[in-house]
Design a protein around this ligand. Structure first.
Ligand SMILES: Cc1cc2nc3c(=O)[nH]c(=O)nc-3n(C[C@H](O)[C@H](O)[C@H](O)COP(=O)(O)O)c2cc1C
Length: 203
């Protein structure tokens, strides 16, 4: 039997997909901003919906409320330093795109929020609901556009997210997600199928 220690009730869900959420106010002169988010999730498939939970005091909160938009940018290893920086500095004080030498590019389906050109993939989201939960407001966004960097596709057009060097957030630390252990349903796959499929994944 494993020995356990008791924790006070808390959000010890791990690992989490840490993401860089981009947003912008509606005025032409407003600068785009980036906020790092650990409290993000997939919440529906049809229509595709994701959630991000943001504290009211974040500079990004009012930008997302005002524009009704946000873009979820996935974070790979090369973006990890910038991701951390965007989680400790506020857009109230600094231009995070400029400070981290990141490029704001138009995002599919968005009127205001840009995407980060250096990110491996992004999801453009229109805010459908904001639920006040206590410490955080949960923005539920319908995904209206998705783009994935071209080099993550094979010649046959299949997407290899496992080769994107995505970063996970695991109880206060950032970790690589490099190793492929198996694929959906691998525990019941025939050994020859398992072997053949595993060869197709990039290291
Ligand atoms: C790894 C990490 C995860 C974070 N997750 C969240 C989150 O889910 N929600 C939130 O409101 N703030 C989160 N933060 C804090 C904000 O990113 C941080 O306060 C940021 O400076 C806010 O930027 P802004 O004021 O420009 O909006 C996180 C920070 C880090 C480093």
């Amino acid at each position: 039997m494993n020995k356990f220690r008791t924790f006070d009730p808390c959000t010890l869900l791990a690992p989490l997909p840490v993401v860089m959420v981009t947003c912008k106010g509606v005025k032409a002169e407003d600068k785009p901003n980036i906020i790092t988010i650990g409290w993000a999730g997939t919440v529906n498939s049809q229509p595709p919906m994701v959630s991000v939970s943001v504290r009211k005091e974040r500079f990004s909160h009012h930008l997302m409320m005002e524009s009704g938009e946000f873009v979820v940018n996935l974070v790979d290893r090369p973006l990890c330093d910038a991701c951390d920086y965007c989680g400790v500095k506020s857009g109230k004080d600094v231009d995070k795109f400029a400070e981290q030498k990141l490029t704001a590019m138009p995002a599919l389906g968005m009127d205001y929020a840009p995407a980060i050109a250096e990110a491996p993939a992004y999801l453009s989201c229109k805010v459908r609901q904001v639920i006040e939960l206590g410490s955080h407001d949960m923005f539920i966004g319908e995904v209206v556009g998705v783009q994935v960097r071209d080099d993550l596709f094979d010649e046959d057009g299949s997407l290899h997210m496992e080769s994107a060097r995505l970063v996970a957030y695991n109880h206060g630390v950032y970790q690589n997600t490099q190793d492929v252990i198996g694929f959906f349903g691998y525990s019941v796959a025939r050994p020859d199928v398992f072997e053949r499929r595993m060869k197709t994944y990039h290291k």
